[in-house]
Design a protein around this ligand. Structure first.
Ligand SMILES: Cc1cc2nc3c(=O)[nH]c(=O)nc-3n(C[C@H](O)[C@H](O)[C@H](O)COP(=O)(O)O)c2cc1C
Length: 180
């Protein structure tokens, strides 16, 4: 199973990476091809809403979204990994979600229909409800994109760096294993 992890945290030594690494490591152990994209390192411009992309799926903005698009198209599983910022995904990840309008054609059909999606999220709050808004946004986006939401991994109580609890890390590995 070919997998791309769209990594939306700016911190490579924080919390979201702990879950992403556990997930990725298990998939690799099982022989999967996993690529992690550190979105914060890339040049991704905001969607301009021109819909030039609708007929052919080609965005008129010439930036790193070109490569991300290719990795998404090539993958069976897309992982959306993000810290919760103000109850929402990070801006780094939101840019990619907005630019994913290029996967929708003029008849509102998806060009990436049939792929699978997993979300990985961390937040400081102890209350799981903190994930609701982001999760709902993901659900709606995946429905529109015709991709199946096959797993959600989240960890609350992440106030400091690298403090994800053991249960959540184990769950990340379990979900990865269940998908192979
Ligand atoms: C700008 C900003 C906004 C945040 N907003 C929230 C929030 O709305 N709810 C919450 O529980 N945690 C919030 N947090 C805390 C982060 O979600 C949490 O510490 C997360 O684990 C950080 O992930 P990282 O270590 O991968 O960067 C926020 C942190 C920052 C920097």
């Amino acid at each position: 199973m070919k997998t791309v992890i769209l990594f939306g945290s700016p911190r490579k030594d924080g919390n979201t990476i702990q879950l992403s690494d556990a997930f990725s490591q298990k998939l690799k152990e099982k022989g999967c091809d996993v690529r992690i994209i550190y979105l914060n390192d890339l040049n991704i411009r905001p969607c301009q809403g021109c819909l030039t992309c609708s007929p052919e799926g080609v965005c008129r903005i010439n930036d790193d979204m070109k490569d991300i698009r290719k990795y998404i198209v090539e993958s069976d599983l897309i992982v959306y990994a993000t810290p919760v910022y103000w109850s929402m995904p990070s801006s780094q990840l939101k840019l990619v979600i907005d630019r994913s309008i290029a996967f929708i054609d003029t008849e509102y059909n998806s060009r990436i229909k049939g792929k699978k999606a997993v979300t990985i999220m961390t937040c400081a709050d102890e209350n799981k409800d903190t994930f609701l808004i982001t999760k709902d946004m993901f659900k709606r986006a995946f429905d529109f994109l015709g991709i199946s939401y096959v797993g959600s991994i989240d960890a609350t109580g992440c106030t400091e760096k690298g403090v994800v609890n053991k249960e959540s890390i184990e769950r990340a590995a379990q979900i990865a294993e269940s998908l192979v």
